[in-house]
Design a protein. Structure first.
Lengths: 397, 171
């Protein structure tokens, strides 16, 4: 019975945090893009537009769910459901932290540890294309159909380099379970250099990390690979005919996929929740310094406000930041908070790269997209895999 | 032998039912996309059945290769050709009537075979098989079954060459 209770509590926690992250990731994206383009971004709803996601949710919920004529109704409604369900399922196997003990109960910071975790995620990502492809087909719209076709071709093509890029670090760490994967990267060379697979001997996986990242952009349909929804040629691509919550489902699926691939990259290449240098050498100072620094800067700007209400909001935010920062300095809380901080920091940094790239790069042309996958990424990933296999064989005997 | 988790038989029944229903729907549906998606349903529920029987790796491979890659290609081609609903021909109504006795014969034959040959064996228990992980599969593929494995890969390579040769003639 205990097992069910703990699972339900973890389910509730993970879902709450994940859904909030989904909503606010969109706010962060709009803000970052706005600042890249010298704009302010959302500003009206709440201080610095912080309540904008909430307003968007209300807007999407209350809009009319319009169903066009001549669509294939069953598949038209099934497609967004499939997309969002498959995208959210992947979060079930992702570990956020080590095994911890709270009030006498020992549990892992993860919903469930599948021995084939990474294959489970791969399977979900390969099935995930049905949502987009079906949406494009069932809409009975030529632009949507073209979007669906492009996305299925693109996802099949980029899945190959992605799987090959995943296989190389797996050869070195010798496990398929996401939790064991992170534990195999916990050591430090010379006592301070992290042995994440991106740095690990005998063959640092820098190449496969970048191939994985590029393929991840394509798998999540993000710029520069957002051909399925290229708005200057295809209106809105596969979701042209969707409105209200059906549209929101595709939106949620895209952001959930983004979080999943960045989390997998963190776990597989960047050592998961392990700090960048050992805790014994004081790596706990990083979150404290970051949060307290952010707090001090915010209070400083609150003292000389550029806008009237900054006099109130910025000092409040500053005090909150300093408070969070000081939480990380309490030794009793460190075993719980530090792993979560490192995991979130690494995943967040990768998510920032996703947004940054969106603000920087133009879109590929379709033939460039395909020849890039088949003529560049695939051979490079293959050679990298063979070299890794050679290095592993030479060093293990 | 470890005792199987209590929910396993229930899950087995549910997914076996989904597999059978999807298989029937695959044959009955007239639209190619509906049929293809029913096939995805069959593959997906078969993957769950493999998982319940302890073959984790096969289950994952089933999802990644069949449900993920091959069926997406099927659907891609159907969407590209924009194939419409199939129309019934004269031969179709003949097949409908001739199909019933053939189907009954087939069911009878299968149940006879299962009764006479398989009933005496040890049978299958849910959770009884534990050699389905990547380690065991990899080891047997590269030791006991090395020759069939390599021959199959050469066969697939030949099939790819054949496809390229056929496609080039068209150009």
């Amino acid at each position: 019975m205990n097992f069910y209770v703990i699972t339900l509590i973890k389910l509730g926690l993970v879902m709450a945090v994940f859904m909030t992250t989904l909503a606010y990731l969109q706010w962060v994206e709009r803000k970052v893009l706005a600042h890249i383009q010298l704009r302010l971004g959302p500003y009206r709803v709440g201080p610095h537009g912080l309540l904008q996601p909430l307003a968007d949710v209300i807007k999407l919920l209350t809009k009319e769910g319009f169903v066009p004529k001549n669509v294939n109704l069953f598949f038209y409604l099934l497609a967004p459901f499939l997309a969002v369900t498959i995208a959210l399922t992947a979060i079930a196997v992702i570990p956020f932290g080590p095994v911890i003990e709270i009030a006498g109960v020992t549990t892992a910071m993860q919903m469930t540890d599948v021995p084939m975790g990474i294959l489970f995620v791969l399977a979900l990502s390969s099935v995930g294309v049905y949502g987009v492809a079906l949406a494009g087909w069932a809409s009975n719209n030529k632009y949507a159909l073209l979007g669906g076709l492009r996305s299925s071709a693109q996802m099949i093509s980029y899945e190959l380099p992605m799987a090959l890029a995943l296989a190389a670090p797996l050869l070195m760490i010798n496990t398929l379970s996401l939790r064991e994967m992170v534990e195999k990267q916990s050591a430090f060379y010379f006592g301070f250099l992290p042995s994440w697979t991106i740095f690990q001997a005998p063959f640092p996986q820098v190449i496969s990390f970048f191939i994985f990242l590029i393929a991840a952009f394509a798998e999540t349909n993000r710029i520069p690979f957002d051909l399925p929804e290229a708005e200057n040629e295809l209106v809105a691509g596969f979701h042209t005919e969707y409105s209200s919550m059906n549209f929101a489902a595709f939106f949620m699926a895209e952001y959930a996929n983004m979080i999943t691939v960045t989390a997998i990259a963190t776990l597989l290449f960047l050592g998961g929740w392990h700090p960048i240098w050992p805790v014994e050498l004081g790596s706990w100072i990083v979150p404290v310094a970051l949060f307290v620094g952010a707090g001090v800067i915010s209070i400083f700007h609150g003292m000389q406000p550029a806008r009237p209400f900054d006099r109130i909001t910025l000092p409040v935010a500053g005090v909150a930041f300093i408070g969070i920062g000081l939480l990380f300095a309490i030794p009793m809380l460190q075993p719980y908070l530090l792993p979560i901080f490192w995991f979130t920091a690494k995943t967040g940094a990768l998510l920032f790269v996703f947004i940054w790239v969106r603000g920087t790069l133009p879109r590929f042309r379709y033939d460039q997209l395909m020849s890039f996958a088949w003529k560049f990424m695939f051979p490079v990933a293959l050679v990298n895999l063979l070299l890794t296999a050679l290095a592993v064989t030479l060093t293990t005997n | 032998m470890p005792t199987p988790p209590p929910l396993d038989p229930v899950l087995f029944l549910i997914f076996a039912a989904i597999a059978v229903i999807s298989a029937i729907s695959l044959v009955v549906q007239t639209h190619p996309i509906s049929s293809a998606l029913s096939l995805v349903g069959v593959m997906g529920s078969l993957a769950v059945l493999y998982l319940l029987l302890g073959a984790e790796f096969i289950a994952a491979a089933q999802l990644i290769v069949y449900a993920g890659a091959i069926m997406v290609l099927f659907i891609f081609v159907i969407m590209l050709l924009n194939a419409g609903t199939e129309k019934a021909t004269n031969r179709a109504s003949f097949a409908k009537w001739a199909g019933i006795p053939v189907f009954a014969l087939f069911i009878g034959l299968m149940s006879y075979l299962i009764n006479s040959r398989l009933a005496t064996g040890p049978g299958v228990t849910l959770g009884g098989f534990t050699g389905g992980g990547a380690l065991e599969i990899g080891r047997s593929l590269f030791t006991t079954y090395l020759l069939p494995f390599e021959v199959t890969s050469v066969l697939i390579l030949i099939a790819i060459f054949g496809a390229i040769v056929l496609a080039r003639k068209e150009i």
